[in-house]
Design a protein around this ligand. Structure first.
Ligand code: PLP
Ligand code: CA
Length: 300
């Protein structure tokens, strides 16, 4: 669905706007923190929203930490957020496997990714291998060289992996192509990622792209903009009305698309990757309902 970029307004009449929202879904990097620093004024905004009776959830496409890992990050930034309000794409991958009753198949998961994914799979009792275990493996490309793969792998989960290598790609390719019914699950498709302030780094789109390229398969995406997380929240918390939820994010093609395509209100914040001129340019086809400099503007 393409929406032409009507002029996106800056958020105004905050009181009326807040009255129309019961639940906020916050993206994390670029909204709550930038790298390892909390964004100025954010703790007070979260306190005020809670004091006004608003429910807050936190959704990140970064799969490198588990929900428990993010709880530690929130704590270290002085933000008191219960683990159940945090939804990382690593958690979403596990939630998807649970929803589809993967455990009952008795199969295993091969992971390209970091410990966020393996920790979440441990919590739901799904056997896995790969990930950091395969970081130093190399493919023997000499004559007769062959990678033997496990026919009991029923899903490959691909998340951001700073130790991705040719062995892992070959292993994933064999599982997906040769094990009947093997699922190809991507935590997220972010093209670039905000590892440091110095530059944009190749995101999980690069790892997923490698596996798409060698299998010809499209992944099941569990992170934003996939509807999985909103469906999960809706079901778990019996949320009656999506129109009273606002998705707040800094990225158009994940956060705002997620909100827009799932019938939520949307607000873009300029405190992360999207600059005002890009948001307002005629080339932008993903328009939020409104935008702010940072979420501090919720309470002018
Ligand atoms: N993936 C990785 C590896 C990241 O480092 C980041 C941001 O730091 C993201 C994804 C995007 O995270 P978010 O959805 O919180 O903006
Ligand atoms: Ca973000």
């Amino acid at each position: 669905r393409v929406v032409c970029n009507a002029k996106v307004p800056r958020l105004s009449d905050q009181k009326a706007w807040l009255d129309g929202i019961d639940i906020f879904i916050f993206d994390c990097d670029g909204v709550i923190w930038r790298g390892d620093s909390v964004i100025d004024g954010v703790p007070a905004v979260l306190d005020k929203l809670r004091a006004a009776g608003k429910r807050c959830f936190f959704v990140t496409n970064n799969s490198t930490k588990s929900r428990a890992g993010y709880k530690g990050k929130f704590d270290s930034l002085g933000l008191d957020v219960p683990a159940e309000e945090i939804f990382s794409s690593s958690f979403s991958a596990a939630a998807y496997l649970e929803q589809t009753k993967f455990k009952e198949t008795g199969k295993k998961v091969y992971i390209i990714g970091e410990k966020g994914i393996s920790e979440e799979l441990d919590l739901i009792g799904v056997p896995w291998f790969g990930a950091e275990q395969d970081k130093d493996k190399v493919v023997n490309l000499g004559s007769g060289g062959k990678v033997e793969h496990d026919p009991d792998v029923g899903a490959v989960v691909v998340g951001f992996d700073r130790n991705v290598n040719y062995y892992k790609i070959q292993y994933a390719q064999l599982c997906i192509n040769e094990n009947p019914g093997c699922k190809f699950i991507a935590t997220n498709l972010d093209k670039v990622t905000h590892l440091t302030d110095a530059q944009e780094w190749a995101g999980n789109g690069s790892m997923v792209g490698a596996i798409k390229g060698c299998t010809g398969q499209e992944p099941i995406v569990v992170g934003k903009p996939s509807p999985l997380m909103i469906e999960y929240l809706e079901e778990k918390y019996k949320i009656p009305d999506r129109k009273r939820i606002c998705m707040v994010g800094d990225r158009l093609d994940t956060d705002i698309l997620f909100g827009r395509d799932n019938g939520l209100q949307t607000c873009l914040t300029l405190s992360g990757v999207t600059k005002e001129d890009k948001l307002l340019s005629d080339d932008n086809k993903i328009a939020p309902d409104s935008y702010v400099s940072s979420i501090v503007d919720f309470f002018p």
